[in-house]
Design a binder for this molecule. Sequence first.
Ligand SMILES: [Zn+2]
Length: 171
Amino acid sequence: MVKTILDNFCVKSGVFCPKCEEKIKKGHVSELDLKIIKILCELEKEFPILQDVFFHKAVEVENILSILVDKQDVGKLLSQGGKILKAMSDRTDKKIRILSSGVDDRQFIEDLLAPFSILTINTVWLPDESTETKAILYGRKPKRVPIDFEIIKKLAKEIRGMTLRIEFEKN
Ligand SMILES: [Zn+2]
């Protein structure tokens, strides 16, 4: 069964013990997370590869639903020729983006911005002592960008509290 920070038994029965209830109340697990956990549990009947995926959280920005799982589980969700992604997309009416949890900032940004390749990542200090993370992508900005950078920036903020700036090497 899909692993989460909640007990398997509680997830399966839909009745939460005080420990799980506490995690939900404190916001460690959101309503959206519960919805995605349920979908993953349903899908694992059809796709047994999902059985030991560790789900961390789901974050939704506009039409993109980003799902954070353990690093070694990313490939499982992307396997089956994209059928799992499609099934998730059909059930949620969103485009799915799988990200790995617990990776460093560089890896996180690379995953977020794929298929673009990153030239450098810099931290920019602002006068108020907050920071921005500036990712510079190789080459020139293409006419048609396959991913919406505004959504990507919002995801970075939601998931890591990171203020992301995206630029291209050449203007
Ligand atoms: Zn429990």
